[in-house]
Design a protein. Structure first.
Lengths: 226, 301
């Protein structure tokens, strides 16, 4: 069942209020993400030996104030989660949230060969786990966002990633990044590291500020194909 | 020299530019100062020629993700301690052999947005890391005696019990308490009491192994964790604690004061449900030692 904003009245009046994007624009954006994620996955495998499968993305337009609830709903199957959050700035701007099941950090440490790289004192296993999530998150978010913006003709910079380890899903609160009155485009994809049997969600949330630019870039993107 | 170049050479931050082959293109004054390698000697060479320790999978992966995806990469002090093996700036800092660094890396692009290289920033966070260490220490040590505090002891105890459950080797604890300590405080004052607490904890700490943990458990009560130790050895050690303390002379304002201790010894066994139960058992033995006349060791099997 897809997530729907809870409304007091029976009719769903919210959708019409949003400065929304058209179905065609949505399809185009989805197509761009598809291409971007395909390229990102291929290059991650080729360049740094990280093998990740990225599912066909799903796009949803909603009001920013509904974001936390939407994200909570989407990850409801995880009892505890770890989240890597990273913001990006450019004409394309917003936040990326990578949601892992809580124990993913341990499984990914060996993927990066991180256990050999540092002499860490006892008790710093937590740190190693956290740093591993952060690095994998940084790489995956960077690759995905980087490829999308590249296709849309922009370059973005990133904030350092932050990580929340082993939280309850209700702790996802990206709202401070967004004005609740604003519209957000959420792009959701499922990622899977087959080798490690780890999978989770990547949410890219863009703000209303970049809406005009996205619409324009989508139009330009289409022109190349017509 | 233009203004920006002057700034790059005077900021308190290491700045490096590498080309796509990871050859050094720029090395600012800060890097020259701390590495002792002048830019002209190093520019044009591979960074790894001068810093082979940087040639790790993680560093390579970071460079590649920056050069391929335009990612930004971050090397935290917590995990990496440092990228470049420099000496700490202040000679007063003896805690770290190397300057602790927080580093970041990002892409550099030409007018067409093609990636032409990467930049590295190196920030000296030694002082911050030292503060953090000090705070962590304060959080686990007793302010008066310098031995571990109760919070740390309980955390450690839980870990040691888990280890015991896994490997099943001996694990014992000694609880001890200074006899008639209230009388000492009432007669000679609290400063004298403090002195005795310090003397005793210092002496006991010198009798145990590096792998044992001595903690101040309460006012004049101490607890000693002895991993990999069976009850018989722990009992011998407790007896040694007792005889050593009996012989100690505490000198306070020209007066010589002697005290005794009562000790309780217990070992972790499969039947004990938790680490609290182990402490309770040792505490019970200590109580028994008190009741039986003090200055003695009681063992609970």
């Amino acid at each position: 069942m897809p997530w729907r904003r809870p409304t007091n009245s029976g009719e769903d009046s919210m959708e019409t209020e949003l400065p929304s994007i058209s179905e065609e624009e949505k399809d185009t954006l989805q197509e761009i993400m598809n291409i971007a994620f395909g390229k990102a996955a291929a290059e991650l495998a080729e360049v740094i030996n990280i093998f990740v499968v990225l599912s066909v993305p799903y796009i949803k337009v909603l009001k920013a104030e509904d974001l936390p609830e939407y994200l909570r709903y989407e990850v409801r199957d995880f009892s505890t989660i770890s989240i890597v959050e990273q913001n990006f700035w450019g004409k394309f701007r917003g936040g990326a949230f990578l949601v892992f099941p809580a124990d993913a950090g341990k499984a990914l440490i060996t993927m990066l060969d991180a256990e050999h790289e540092t002499t860490f004192e006892s008790g710093s296993m937590e740190i190693l786990e956290k740093e591993t999530l952060m690095e994998v998150g940084n790489i995956l978010i960077g690759a995905c966002v980087g490829k999308i913006t590249e296709l849309l003709g922009d370059v973005v910079t990133y904030s350092p990633p932050t990580v929340l380890v082993e939280n309850k899903p209700h702790d996802i609160l990206p709202e401070r990044l967004f004005d609740p009155e604003y519209t957000a485009i959420v792009m959701k994809t499922v990622f899977r590291f087959d080798e490690r049997n780890v999978s989770g969600f990547l949410f890219l949330v863009t703000t209303q500020d970049s809406m005009e630019w996205i619409k324009q870039s989508l139009a330009e993107f289409l022109e190349h194909y017509e | 020299m233009n203004e920006l170049a002057q700034i790059l050479d005077s900021v308190n931050l290491g700045l490096v530019i590498l080309d796509t082959q990871l050859r050094v293109r720029y090395w600012n004054r800060w890097m020259e100062t701390h590495s002792g390698i002048p830019a002209e000697q190093l520019v044009g060479s591979s960074l790894f020629d001068f810093f082979p320790s940087l040639n790790t999978p993680r560093f390579q992966r970071s460079c590649k993700s920056v050069l391929t995806f335009g990612n930004f990469s971050f090397f935290s002090q917590k995990l990496h301690h440092f990228l470049f093996p420099f000496r700490p700036e202040s000679s007063f800092e003896s805690r770290f052999e190397r300057m602790q660094q927080s580093c970041s890396m990002g892409p550099l692009r030409d007018e067409d947005n093609a990636i032409t290289g990467l930049y590295l920033t190196v920030q000296d966070v030694t002082e911050l890391a030292a503060y953090e260490h000090r705070l962590l220490e304060m959080n686990m040590r007793d302010g008066l005696t310098g031995v571990y505090n109760r919070r740390f002891l309980e955390k450690r105890l839980e870990e040691e019990c888990a280890r015991h459950a896994r490997y099943g080797r001996g694990f014992s604890v000694i609880m001890f308490d200074i006899d008639f300590f209230k009388n000492v405080n009432d007669t000679y004052g609290h400063l004298c009491g403090d002195l005795i607490l310090k003397n005793i904890s210092g002496t006991i700490a010198s009798l145990i192994r590096k792998t044992d943990f001595l903690a101040r458990y309460g006012g004049e009560e101490f607890c000693c964790l002895l991993p990999e130790t069976v009850l018989a050895s722990a009992t011998l050690l407790a007896e040694r604690f007792r005889t050593t303390i009996v012989e100690m002379k505490h000198v306070y304002q020209g007066m010589e004061i002697s005290v005794t201790v009562s000790l309780g010894v217990a070992e972790m066994t499969a039947g004990l449900p938790s680490f609290e139960a182990l402490l309770k058992k040792a505490d019970g033995a200590l109580y028994e030692a008190k009741r039986a006349g003090r200055n003695r060791v009681v063992v609970r099997t």
